[in-house]
Design a protein around this ligand. Sequence first.
Ligand code: GLU
Length: 474
Amino acid sequence: MVRVRFAPSPTGHLHIGGARTALFNYLFARHNNGKFILRIEDTDRTRSTEEYIEAIIEGMKWLKLEWDEGPLRQTDRFDVYRNYVNKLISEGKAYYCYCTPEELEQRRKDALAQGKPQKYDGRCRNKERVQEVEGSGVQAAVRFKMPQEGQVVVDDLIRGKVVFENNQLDDLIIMRSDGTPTYNFTVVVDDVDMDITHVIRGDDHLNNTPKQIHIYKALGHEIPLFAHLPMILGSDKTRLSKRHGATSVMAYKEMGYLPDALINYLVRLGWSYGDQEVFTREELIKYFSFENVGKSSAIFNPEKLLWLNSQYIIKSNPEELAQMVLPFLENAGIIHKGQKIDRQWLSRAIKTLQERAKTLLELANSLRYYIAEDVQYDEKAKAKFLNEKSRGLLIELKDALNALSDFSIYELEKLFKSIVEKHVIKLGNLAQPVRVAITGGTESPGIFEVLEIVGKEKTIKRLEKAIKAIESEN
Ligand code: GLU
């Protein structure tokens, strides 16, 4: 059975790159009816925080990347690592190292000056050396005896065969002198214990893989398959960072992106399926495979993400959007916390706007004139349309609307037509001033729809306000 894991280090929020790794693991697991495990790699206690663990989990939940097991935490597993270290020592596959950080630093400098490779010289592999320094009070670290001859081949599902020379590999420290285990070791122990079949991660880990393969072998465990995902770069081809815009997943939530749109965008960072751009989650699960993951780095393109988001907003049902837009309405001060708002009415208003809003934030702002009691005029629009020329028309319309009992699109349209026919003017000559009076600006959905949703009472109030505004200018 396929078993994969997402293993973030909680040293920051869930970012775009991490989320894409999580997504590919999730899709691969679901495609193969396998298991997806969430493992928190928090052994670096100086940089890991509870807050980041929660933030990562929150991000995963928002993206609906449901995991089957976990979250497991490496800090709960120190005994397990200790046992494996002891086992390797007793089998002669690992050894205590008494070299102090100062000595190591000095040797590194010397090697650099002599143009020699800066790797550990294997000094403490030597029994005599150990006898010399044992009992000197130096706290020993534990190093893994890395094979120094031959090669190791990483047979990667995306990159193909990548060959590493063993003599380039260091006797790496698997347990620091303070007793804490290190990344390359814990990751293998966990993948062994959790029966991971496929290790899917960013290709910044490719150089760690040969070392990890030797550790698998030393533990007598079968080596999983590897898939190293190409890097994500910014538009200037450098590694994606804050300079290229928001990189944290939750920042996209705050900006009004839909989780499904972000997922759809993330999957296309490296994976393709013909020239299809928009996928449902079911389609992604059905189509996902590593054959369609490219080798070259992917470029993060915020405009494309925005476009996808607008597509998702268009195809969402208005009731769902009504639910999602509420926090944005609150944040923008358009409604106050806990304010009751008629959901059905809100859904109708959203339906008129969802073709235009690219984010939930934009949607919330464009709902302002529907919801607010009052309207703010755009100065230019006001100067152009709320003037002596339109005053008479607005008064006439207001009186007619007052008398209208059925405030429906159909009746509103009929009424507008009768007024423009009577004055032999174009519909726009009436509709634009009305639009400014009701929405404050010159762009909005169809005027009859807008009026119907704003409703009779507010429409008349706003027309009165516009008429007064014109009169007070004179
Ligand atoms: N904890 C590692 C990281 O966040 C991932 C390790 C792995 O996937 O093997 O980069």
